[in-house]
Write a protein that binds this ligand. Structure first.
Ligand SMILES: NC(=O)c1ccc[n+]([C@@H]2O[C@H](COP(=O)([O-])OP(=O)(O)OC[C@H]3O[C@@H](n4cnc5c(N)ncnc54)[C@H](O)[C@@H]3O)[C@@H](O)[C@H]2O)c1
Length: 245
């Protein structure tokens, strides 16, 4: 029996990188999946991949910054699978630019997706979890929620917000059987890195390599399953040693 046998898991940003690796691992552990993303093309491909391997999976196109589209995620999940047990709240965008060149619109966009989006989807899930009497959320923050770095003020502020949002929500629902934790990845080889110099990122990491999405998925599975049954309001930093420096 899988660690998520017959659980229904919603994964935002679930068609690429860390989200897609987690979808594959969750499916192998018996979960039914709702993959949420704005990228319909990738969504259709991974939905078909999981179905062809015998898993139950649907793709829902949604922008996590739209309240209406976020509500639709949970309406579709309930009408398709009848319940929701797990949210991996993972959609995000990167942003690297010197602060003196950053426009307010760019700041707002980053914070809107990386912090407001996490709040909106968490809130919608919590409403369902309260009705059901239980639930688990894993938010994706970043090691940059713990330490600063030059050139990504908006991203780092948003991710720091996710870390403390996670603490606050964890405390708020601790007595109501809803556990809420965060994943804080280091540099992971996914499309979000774009053309960032891989050698620079590798050298900055004590283990002298980038992390793999599959290594993040294992940490997410820990926090999403009963293996972490006494953990809430906290973060798991998986960064090849970066924040230990
Ligand atoms: N890769 C890294 O080095 C790294 C490090 C720390 C944190 N993270 C975080 O991990 C998460 C996953 O990123 P990834 O590395 O897998 O990158 P990725 O680009 O492969 O995946 C991110 C996904 O989020 C989706 N997305 C973006 N904005 C969205 C929106 N408004 N609504 C719905 N979907 C949206 C994208 O379409 C994409 O599929 C992000 O929150 C990111 O900030 C990544």
């Amino acid at each position: 029996m899988g660690k998520l046998q017959d659980k229904v898991a919603v994964i935002t940003g679930g068609v690429s990188g860390i989200g897609a690796a987690t979808a594959r691992l969750f499916a192998s552990e018996g979960a039914k999946l709702v993959l949420v993303d704005m990228n319909e093309e990738k969504g259709t491909v991974i939905e078909e991949e999981l179905k062809s391997q015998g898993s139950e999976a649907i793709f829902v196109k949604a922008d996590v910054t739209s309240e209406e589209e976020v509500n639709n995620i949970f309406e579709t999940t309930l009408s398709t699978f009848g319940k929701v047990d797990v949210l991996f709240n993972n959609a995000g965008i990167g942003a690297v630019k010197p602060t003196e060149e950053l426009t307010y619109a760019e700041w707002r966009k980053t914070v809107e997706v990386d912090l407001d989006g996490v709040f909106l989807v968490a809130q919608a899930a919590i409403k369902e979890f309260l009705k059901a009497g239980s639930g688990v959320i894993v938010n994706t923050a970043s090691m940059y929620g713990w330490v600063g770095s030059p050139g990504s003020a908006a991203y780092n502020a948003a991710k720091g917000g996710v870390v403390n949002l996670t603490r606050s929500l964890g405390l708020e629902y601790a007595e109501r059987n809803i556990r809420i934790n965060a994943l804080c990845p280091g540099f992971i080889e996914t499309p979000i890195l774009g053309d960032t110099d891989r050698e620079f990122l590798t050298n900055a990491t004590p283990m002298k390599r980038l992390g793999k999405p599959e290594e993040m998925a294992k940490a997410v599975l820990f926090m999403a399953s009963d293996d972490s049954s006494f953990m809430t309001g906290n973060s798991l930093v998986v960064d090849g040693g970066y924040t230990a420096q």
